[in-house]
Design a protein around this ligand. Structure first.
Ligand code: HEM
Length: 511
């Protein structure tokens, strides 16, 4: 081929390349515009970091509600280029519940999962066969029927809480921690906590703190993958420390269970017992055993803190709403009397206490933004385009404080659940929403239901809960304030627990 023919061919190729490039660019622009146009509405973000500050602010209740009010049931946010949607009202149920097969993955947390060895923890586990296998085991071991085995244990641990409150009322936050720790240890491993420095509870609390810290998404490796090649960064050292503690955190309490599994009734009745003890006494396969270990650890990690938050919200609500408290106590006196403490069998005869229980969950919302879900493939909803990988935040707070469904949502009004027709009662029931959504809905919900209801009913039956007084006898006002964070813990407040009548000491055997 001559030099001039070569030149022409080169020119033609360059022109062709130009056309192809222009076509691709135009198509890209068109596609990007279309996606942008069909993107759900949301606040404008800053360059690079996007809506990082809106999202942090959204932990505060008012901001969450105002975002939903301004932009509607589906709000678009972006952080470092990753799409995030906040789902309110029907959108949350339509996507996270009804399209559960697409919306049940979790965001990937490299610090926790890859570097610290926590990837088998249920709340952060990616969606797939391994997760589904574990969830089946969990659902089986935490069904309503399974949970009813723990009624006696829950009642005993709640009575222990009443005794602690009777003797040292000012230390109520520590007592709540102990009670929740004991109930969860009993149900997961059949282990009864007797001392304040129980070694298994210590390990579990240590793990809870480490895992919460590992999944904040704020470690450099979580948003800048090449960081793994940079030696000396703080995350390497921290991840190695956590990884070395995993065997203690996951195995110790489990090995304690194994040592007792054929001799102790509590161990046999526990979650581990129901999954590890086979009808013919043969051992389970190693994969199941490994899953059970992690499930029990997950139950502790995910359950303890929320139960504590829920009960301290209840105590705050009672101190702030003496008339609701008095009405619930009148009902308890009529149904249960003063010669005994309530039992689970009384529950159906205590409709107002049930309303107080529901209103506590609605008003307090222990996990206001649930745990983020992740969309597995491209999807469309109400004309909006949602790309695969979108992080989906179910705004439980927004749903339970939506004035279209709950009039005066900030006020604590158990009466809102009275006299409803069955359809409205079902729609308004906070337990539909407070435990999250679809295939990731809290597997501990029946258990939480039993434990939280019983603690509330027995507390109401034993004590008048009121604001504490100062040295001059003046009430110290309580402000309904909450910590920012994934779990809505109450900020410190002071209350008194006054025994309701002279028989309480005798009933608690502390006389
Ligand atoms: C009042 C008490 C509780 C509340 C309000 C609550 C709420 C929640 C919420 C909102 C989620 C996220 C659901 C989602 O992703 O859509 C969740 C997940 C979870 N909860 Fe609970 N929870 C409570 C008690 C418990 C208890 C007692 C246990 C253990 C026995 C437990 C174990 C778990 C686990 C393992 C997950 C992760 C599920 C998964 O990722 O598939 N929770 N919970």
């Amino acid at each position: 081929m001559s030099r001039s023919t070569n030149g022409v061919a080169l020119q033609a190729a360059t022109v062709l390349q130009g056309f192809v490039f222009a076509a691709v660019a135009l198509y890209g622009l068109h596609y990007a515009r279309r996606r942008l146009r069909s993107r759900p509405p949301g606040p404008m973000g800053l360059p690079i970091v996007g809506n990082v500050f809106d999202l942090q602010g959204s932990r505060e209740a008012d901001n969450i509600v105002s975002l939903a009010k301004k932009y509607g049931d589906i709000v678009y946010l972006e952080v470092f280029g990753s799409p995030i949607v906040m789902l309110n009202g029907e959108a949350a149920m339509d996507l996270l519940d009804k399209r559960g097969s697409l919306y049940s993955d979790r965001p990937h947390f490299p610090m926790a999962a890859d570097f610290s060895g926590m990837g088998d923890l249920t709340p952060i586990m990616r969606y797939g066969e391994k997760f589904q296998f574990g969830r089946r085991l969990m659902n089986q071991a935490l069904s309503t029927r399974a949970v009813s085995k723990w009624e006696r244990g829950i009642a005993e641990e709640s009575h222990a809480l009443l005794r602690l409150l009777y003797n040292e009322p000012a230390k109520f936050p520590a007592h709540l921690n102990k009670m929740a720790g004991s109930v969860v240890m009993m149900s997961m491993y059949g282990h009864r906590v007797v001392s304040d420095d129980d070694p298994y509870v210590k390990l579990a609390l240590e793990f809870m703190e480490a895992s919460t810290n590992a999944i904040t998404g704020r470690w450099i490796i979580d948003f800048f993958p090449p960081a793994k090649y940079i030696p000396g960064l703080a995350f390497h050292e921290q991840a190695a420390k956590w990884r070395s503690r995993i065997p203690d955190w996951v195995e110790k309490a489990f090995n304690g269970f194994k040592a007792n599994m054929h001799t102790s009734e509590d161990a046999k009745n526990s979650l581990c017992g129901s999954l590890m003890i086979t009808p013919d006494g043969s051992p389970v396969d190693p994969e199941t055993e490994n899953r059970v270990k992690w499930i029990a650890t997950s139950g502790f990690g995910a359950g303890l803190d929320v139960v504590v938050a829920c009960l301290s919200q209840f105590i705050m609500a009672m101190a702030l709403n003496p008339e609701c408290q008095a009405r619930a106590q009148k009902e308890l006196d009529e149904v249960v009397g003063r010669d005994r403490l309530p039992t689970f069998q009384d529950r159906e005869s205590l409709p107002y206490v049930e309303c107080v229980f529901k209103e506590t969950l609605r008003w307090g919302v222990p996990a206001p933004l649930s745990v983020p879900h992740r969309l597995i493939q491209d999807d469309a909803y109400n004309g909006y385009f949602l790309p695969a990988g979108t992080i989906c935040i179910g705004n439980i707070w927004g749903i339970l404080h939506d004035e279209r469904m709950y009039k005066n949502p900030e006020s604590f009004t158990p009466e809102r659940f009275e006299g409803l027709d069955p359809k409205t009662a079902k729609k308004m029931d906070p337990t539909n929403y407070v435990y999250g959504f679809g295939r990731r809905r809290c597997p501990g919900n029946h258990f939480a239901h039993f434990a939280a209801w019983y603690s509330m009913a027995s507390l109401l039956s034993a004590f008048i809960i009121s604001p504490d007084v100062d040295e001059n006898g003046n009430e110290i006002p309580i402000k309904a304030e909450f910590e920012a964070g994934a779990i809505r813990h109450t900020k410190p407040f002071r209350v008194r627990f006054t025994p309701r009548h002279s028989k309480i000491a005798e009933l608690l055997s502390v006389a």
